[in-house]
Design a protein around this ligand. Structure first.
Ligand SMILES: [Zn+2]
Ligand SMILES: [Zn+2]
Length: 366
């Protein structure tokens, strides 16, 4: 069987063989009036895909198709969908459902809804508002995805599919904290880590008008950081790197993907009084230890944000068009071999700075 009865993709079948995805066919959830079927054209490869498919973040249903930076064409649109029509190019990120009626959902913070549903590896709850129950969500290394209108984003023509795909998760994950914590002209903003997330963070902070301070362990990525928009680059392997910047920054967005030897105390010392340290990277393991004493001298706040809302995705894409923000992307044709290569590169941190799977027609047909 093929679409519309089943969707095809490449799935992880066991945590041990996480880097050997194999062909998998599944039946999507029942089509609801607010649903959209998307024929996928490009899908970014996110660190979450690796953390999930390896079991690093905990148990997941298997077989599992990962991928939550999805771009494609709407091929079927439910009767109650208002903002999207058949033929539109649309995107889907890391969230594909929420209750739609709680305060968070009503106030543009649907990514914090208690009934959050992940784009892959979640189970639609029994009695879910669109009628599905018990279906496991499957991601974008696939021919199609069935998504709800709220979590389906019209894409501006100016943004090419393979470049806008990584914005659906990595882009939004870094845009939202900057926006919510007041990044803008006159602000000094720190970005820790230059990877898939950080390379977006630098660009958004610059595009929003801030002065951008970039922190990386060594000088290896200095040139890239400056090309991406860094005003000041700091290698934290250097002795006393923090001293000259004490109490200089308004906020820091931490995109680091490892918490080993992470010197959070030094970073906190860089913040002005009541400055914000916002975490968006999610390394596996225990995380870092914070000594309350390290918060006293400047009264800082430590927090986090979780992806972003639909309103923020749309704003973010407009900013990308207006200011020319584009991720640095390497493309790999989707296939069993291509998925394997992409996941392995992401796992090994061997990506500058994002991989997008492309050529879906070759794998799944027109
Ligand atoms: Zn809700
Ligand atoms: Zn992601």
């Amino acid at each position: 069987m093929v679409y519309p009865d089943t969707f095809q993709g490449f799935a992880g079948y066991s945590y041990e063989e996480w880097n050997k995805p194999k062909a998998f066919e599944y039946k999507p959830k029942p089509f609801g009036p607010k649903d959209i079927d998307i024929k996928i054209e490009a899908c970014g490869v996110c660190g979450s895909d690796v953390h999930t498919i390896t079991g690093g973040w905990g148990k997941t249903p298997l077989p599992l198709i990962v991928g939550h930076e999805i771009v494609g064409t709407a091929v079927k649109v439910g009767d109650d969908v208002e903002s999207i029509k058949v033929g539109d190019r649309v995107g889907v990120g890391a969230q594909i459902g929420s209750c739609g009626s709680c305060d968070d959902c009503k106030n543009g913070s649907e990514q914090y809804c208690n009934t959050w549903i992940d784009t892959y590896g979640s189970t639609y709850p029994v009695g879910y508002h669109d009628g599905s129950d018990g279906n496991v969500t499957q991601g974008g290394y696939a021919s199609h995805i069935r998504s709800h209108e709220q979590f389906t984003f019209p894409i501006p023509d100016a943004l090419e599919s393979h470049l806008v795909a990584p914005m659906m998760c990595a882009g939004l994950t870094t845009y939202s904290p900057l926006k919510r914590n007041g990044c803008g002209p006159g602000k000094k903003v720190g970005i820790i880590g230059i990877g898939g997330l950080g390379h977006f963070g630098i660009q958004w902070a610059k595009a929003l008008g801030a002065e951008v301070y970039v922190f990386s362990r060594t000088d290896a990525k200095k040139e890239d950081a400056i090309k991406l928009g860094a005003d000041v680059f700091v290698a934290t392997a250097n002795e006393n790197w923090a001293a000259p910047l004490k109490k200089k920054l308004d906020m820091i967005v931490c995109c680091a993907n490892s918490s080993s030897n992470f010197d959070i105390g030094s970073y906190l010392s860089l913040l002005k009084v009541h400055g914000h340290f916002v975490n968006v990277g999610l390394p596996e393991g225990e995380g870092y230890v914070i000594n309350p004493m390290s918060l006293l001298s400047n009264g800082v706040y430590i927090g986090a944000t979780h992806i972003g809302s639909k309103k923020e995705v749309l704003e973010m894409m407009d900013l990308a068009v207006e200011k020319g923000v584009r991720p640095w992307v390497e493309t790999i044709p989707i296939s069993e071999e291509g998925c394997s290569k992409a996941l392995q590169k992401c796992h090994d941190n061997d990506v500058k700075y994002r991989v997008t799977l492309v050529d879906f027609d070759k794998a799944f047909g027109q």
